[in-house]
Design a protein around this ligand. Structure first.
Ligand SMILES: [Mg+2]
Length: 450
């Protein structure tokens, strides 16, 4: 099996794009349905920072390393489970009333939901339980399987180890979960989902399983799939930046405390799948401290900086070039408009002064008053044009990308104003021209009749 072939998610082709778009539309419908409720639900939040899980999702969907990693994990798990099952048979001597079992999580352990993550990234939305429920309810056919999971489960069952899924998928959508398992050809002995009023904490469900089975192994992508001791207990809505950092450090230390256990044969065996896109680990992120500032070495700590400073961040040549081209284009357009404005001003003034214009009867001559707003509007347009050209000069004196963006943004609005006022002026002159044309047509006819 090709480790990259996540056939069920199918997120590589146009079909998936359509599906994703349909999904987004589905979400909108879903949102509008919610809007009919008495109290409007909170809107879906935009993800912050934008595209925060883009690389993580791409890693899962495009990297060969992710597939290899999953196979590696499941190959090790199969080996360990085989040993544990042999030990279990030896020690129990066939007298145990309990069967051996492996307890597995589902999402990102057996199920590949990267299509859902792709939807979030594409739509710029943050994770939201309402969206996840739509995925669970209506998109079970788009759930894929994690590389190696199915083979591992088959081996476990063949060796007489019961497969128990303990998942925080919603019990309400149990049928959809079963449908996905059936479609993927994944067998199991017991499925324990989260009850409507249940907790994310799996401990009680683990204990229920342990009453019936001797659990040899736990498999999950979230450490809480193994033990609740890996929960961020210390976090609250009001946690300070320091408390959040302490919680991160403390959780990592807990893992270090089990350094010799991960992947070893110590019972119960703990097997962890990689999931860079979501999970318990993301809880402190985006809170208290900018995510960027969590990276080490810290930007502001001189002691953490390398002896030889990094070179300054490279400017974005493509953006920079676009900006410069845009500024040049706007400058050219502004100059042309100013030229036209001056030409119209000159022609209208010269026409009147030189007496070359058509001279209608006294009443109709009032339409020449339209020249006044026309000239004023042209004057404002020229004034904006002058501002645009001044910005071009300013842009020539900086190579700073952010400054250039500011200049381009200001130019853009001033150029838009220049065009607007020019068009209003044309409207005024157009009205004048229309009136003169009508006079010219009907005045001629009257002279013929007399
Ligand atoms: Mg999971």
């Amino acid at each position: 099996m090709n480790p990259l072939h996540f056939s069920q998610t199918g997120h590589r082709g146009p079909v998936t794009k359509i599906a994703t778009n349909t999904f987004v539309v589905g979400f909108l419908l879903f949102a509008s349905n919610l809007g009919l409720a008495q109290e409007a639900p909170p809107s879906f939040k935009a993800v912050d920072p934008p595209n925060r899980s883009l690389d993580a999702s791409l890693y899962m969907q495009t990297s060969a390393e992710y597939g290899a990693l999953c196979y590696q994990v499941y190959n090790l798990a199969a080996e360990r489970l085989g040993q544990a099952k042999a030990d279990f048979a030896k020690t129990s001597g066939g007298s145990s009333t309990k069967s051996a079992a492996v307890v597995m999580d589902l999402d990102e352990t057996v199920f590949d939901n990267s299509g859902f993550q792709a939807m979030l990234v594409r739509s710029g939305l943050a994770w939201d339980l309402r969206l996840w429920k739509v995925w669970e309810k209506d998109w079970s056919a788009s759930v894929g399987s994690i590389p190696g999971a199915k083979e591992f489960i088959q081996k476990a069952k063949r060796s007489g180890v019961a497969v128990v899924f303990v998942s925080n998928r919603d019990k309400e959508f149990e049928q959809q979960t079963k449908d996905a398992l059936n479609r993927l050809g994944i067998g199991y002995d017991l499925l324990k989902l989260k009850e409507a009023d249940g907790s994310d904490d799996k401990t009680l469900r683990f204990e229920e399983v342990q009453q019936k089975y001797d659990v040899l192994m736990y498999v999950g992508d979230n450490l809480r799939d193994l033990s609740e001791e890996f929960k961020f207990n210390q976090l609250s809505e009001n946690s300070t930046a320091a408390e959040l950092q302490d919680a991160i450090n403390e959780r990592r230390h807990r893992v270090e405390g089990y350094a010799g256990k991960w992947g070893s044969a110590q019972k119960p065996i703990w097997i962890v799948l990689p999931n860079p896109t979501y999970g318990e680990w993301t809880k402190p992120l985006g809170r208290g401290v900018r995510d960027l500032d969590r990276l080490v070495p810290e930007a502001k700590s001189s002691s953490a900086m390398p002896a030889r400073p990094f070179p300054p961040a490279p400017s974005r040549p493509t953006d920079h070039k676009f900006l410069q081209e845009g500024i040049s284009a706007m400058a050219g357009g502004a100059t042309t408009l100013t030229g036209w404005s001056l030409a119209i001003l000159g022609a209208t003034v010269a026409g009147i002064v030189a007496g070359q214009f058509l001279r209608p009867a006294a009443k109709i001559r009032l339409v020449y008053l339209l020249f006044i707003p026309g000239w004023v509007l042209l004057g404002i347009s020229i004034w904006y044009g002058d501002k645009v050209t001044r910005r071009v000069t300013a842009a020539g004196f900086t190579d700073n990308h952010d400054r250039l963006r500011e200049i381009a943004a200001s130019m853009n609005s001033e150029y838009a104003a220049q065009r607007d006022f020019f068009q209003f002026a044309l409207l005024a002159f157009g009205c004048w021209l229309g009136c003169v044309l009508l006079w010219w047509v009907f005045a001629k006819e009257r002279s013929k009749q007399t």
